[in-house]
Design a protein around this ligand. Sequence first.
Ligand code: SF4
Length: 430
Amino acid sequence: MSDTTEPGSYFVANYPPFSRWTPEAVPAVMAAFDAPATDAPLGLYLHVPFCRKRCKFCYFRVYTDVAAADVERYSQALAREAGLVATRPAVAGRTLRYVYFGGGTPSFLSVKQLERLVAGLHESFGWNDAEEVTFECEPGTLSEPKVHALKSLGMTRISLGVENFDDAILEANGRAHLSAEILRAWDWIKAADFPNTNVDLIAGMVGETAETWEQTISKTLALEPDSVTIYQMELPFNTVFVRSAKDGEGTVPVADWPTKRAWVNRAFERFLEQGYSISSGYTLVKDPTRVHFRYRDMLWEGADLAALGVASFGHVSGIHYQNEPHWDPYLDAVEAGRLPIQRGLVLTARERLIRELVLQLKRGSIDPVRLRNRHGIDPLTEWGDQWRRLHETGLLEAVEPEPRLTRAGLLQVDSLLPRFFDPPFRPLAS
Ligand code: SF4
């Protein structure tokens, strides 16, 4: 990987890559929903695709400037889709172990809209027994009554998209919020006493310097969140930044990868000094005995994920799927009483193993015995050369008894993962 931050995606979100998912697999996805359930844990993901403003680095399916009637129609579609999914044999009667409201901006919804949405969802899915219900928030969309509503609607983990504390940087990157809104929202969140609070940051936004990053770390530490998640700025193709660069406005001034890794490392050091522990290449937690991230951990270990909403990604009985990625086809399908699945991929046994291996390595280590028992292949021998090379280059502490990344390896974990992919799925450059 080049040191420069070139346009493109570096973050590995899934395996095999989304580009290999096809409409031809939809019948297999439908058949999986109609077959008896596996014994994997089951979670629910809901995509709320509305934002006040499009961030210049964002490539997600989001809509800005929407009318209240659109929000209402979409919420009703989510509730209807929940009913369609919950009655399928692969899902019916199962307990939800985790729920995730993501986006977009779930907190874009008003209190009344949220109450109606949750009431509609509860007609099909109960989540009183779920171990975690995460709700993503954008600081400027919160109000004190909304935070109280989130608590009484059963959210247990609030994830606040702070990204940076410097107003000039927030503005330069197209964020809708400013730092004053972060502090105001955080007071309400703290006072509501959620079991788990997370702050999201991005290292290396346009305009970032060592000094501004240091201040962002200090201000985040002062919030004392239960966990902090730090991503490294990347420039996916379909973003305002990359499109403007192509239109002749020059390159996007984002720090290079070694600088971003050094900044994340600096954050790791300062959080560790304050008693936090590293829980993945992106996350530190204040108290690992109490603070968990069930969505991440269960998903990375092969859990089922029923996905609701436009463009949502799900996983059922070992099969990947994605919902219709556009507004009209999504709503048309749901309103006609059809599951809105647009493409999928049936994973082979080996692909399931590789998927779990690469996702778990993002936490810094894998459990080879568990993977071997689940998939019948020993990852230490199957990828012996890869582990050895990582060890020789100082990115792995040791190969046995379990491969564990060094700090240097952890800080660039996503760039290390493609070496475990089977050849057809490897990016050209790796
Ligand atoms: S708030 Fe999140 S989802 Fe919305 S535009 Fe910004 S990055 Fe994208």
